[in-house]
Design a protein around this ligand. Sequence first.
Ligand code: ASP
Length: 586
Amino acid sequence: MYRSHTCGELRIEHVGNTVTLAGWVQRTREMGGMTFVDLRDRYGITQLAFNTEDNDDLNQAARKLGREFVVQINGEVIERSSKNKNIPTGEVEIKVNELKVLNAAKTPPFTIEEETDGGDELRMKHRYLDIRRTVIQEKLRLRNKVALETRKYLDGEDFMDVETPYLIKSTPEGARDFVVPSRMNQGEFYALPQSPQTFKQLLMVSGIDRYYQIVKCFRDEDLRADRQPEFTQVDCEMSFVEQEDVLNTFEGLVKHLFKACRGIEFEGDFPRMTFAEAMETYGSDKPDIRFGMKFNNLNEVAKNKGFKIFDEAELVVGIVAEDCAVYSRKQLDKLTKWVQRPQVGAKGLVYVKYNEDGSFKSSVDKFYSQEDLKEWADHLGAKPGDLLLVLSGEADKTRKQMNELRLHMGNELGLRNPNEFKPLWVVDFPLLEWDDETERYHAMHHPFTSPKQEDIELLDTDPGRVRANAYDLAMNGVELGGGSIRIHDRDLQALMFKHLGFSDEEAQKQFGFLMNAFEFGAPPHGGIAFGLDRLVATMGGSDSIRDYIAFPKNNAGRDIMIDAPATIDQEQLKELGLDLDLQEEN
Ligand code: ASP
């Protein structure tokens, strides 16, 4: 028996017990003839006490312990004279009788404490040490709890966990595929699934009725803080459902998770917003509705007053930053520079200060009278003391820029409280999205999403206006999940492929298996997938998903601990029938 208790377990009622503990040396403190050692394991920290007067050899041995040594001790639980109220074991310590070093440790490259002196790179290189830190363990614990409660809830709703393969053919989720060369079929490649989309639909044809899987998905995309090349989805599909059924079932899941994992209860139903409204009022399909600052179209009041930039713009749009008329020239210049960064891409920023005395001071005073600006203010619902921020240009682009500015102002003004959670269903997404580069329509969600019945006739005349039975769950400006009601009819699926620019042969070659399956009695079905990493990070009040993944990759898609990706040797290449040099020459 290595231990009788964990390092997080002992309390005042254990005083007098003889115990054995094992763990890591967090730190050692010497005080006169005494030595105190903080012993740590996953469950907590317990203080060990050594005393020269009781046993000098043992005390000397304790003083030799280095950080992160693995030790086992035996001793008596005693009451501490100076209690530590900050930790659950803080009322007791162990008067050690025996000390055994189970394994020595090199001095770690950074301190394994709440706050560490290790930068990102160093911590990732030694991620196994980083994970010893309580802060990271708490994040992984939250993840475990969310996954466990997801299983409990879905199991209770009759969902069945079915595994689907990783070595497959391309799935169209709009990203690039990771591919795996086949040794047995040289010159051919598997693709790693961007999601189990087609398989879960086939399982509906099989009569599984309710499927779920907590599953890895792979997408070869450029990385950002909230993206990883491999990530985990809670992937679900249901038969004989309409959109309303799916939304209700998964609103239930999210409510259950927040209650079970964070003790937070949502009141009433999650609000809903159409995609069109979300874009118009927030410039985003995942609006952060923890704060207002909604967009208002100023075309009517700002155009045709001789200000060329506005006159030529498709859209003039404004927001109100409450109580910010006090912003200094310097602050406003900084804000202007901020919107002009390439990441945002605005040409400039127009501001209007609505002073407390009712007067206006703006960056466009040359073109607009005080009365004009009052009209803007009224249009935007501003009051004295507020600051109006206005952008203009091509409508879609300007809305996106304004979205960035709004979120930035939300951060600046402390309106995005990480402990406040505001879910929002965004519904009625467009079915298709025009792509300037390829000059054709793409499926906005994926090609299996069904159009709204009443919009089908627009497919031929005005495809961009066809709405889909597709929905996303947004929370705090993050897309937590999305899904759709699927097409289950072969002919409609074939029509959809046609609109996406596939010839019959191409569609048959790539998705024949699915369309064929639809000929054998496919039930109406629909589903959703949540990004587990994002869900957990959001629940933990963080923007970055990396901390919630045990072994994440960096921005360049590298695992710097194991040093992957890496080259493989000639022999392996040969076996796979790959000749890299030849490919480079081509
Ligand atoms: N397969 C979709 C995705 O990964 C989710 C779904 O439609 O269920 O986004």
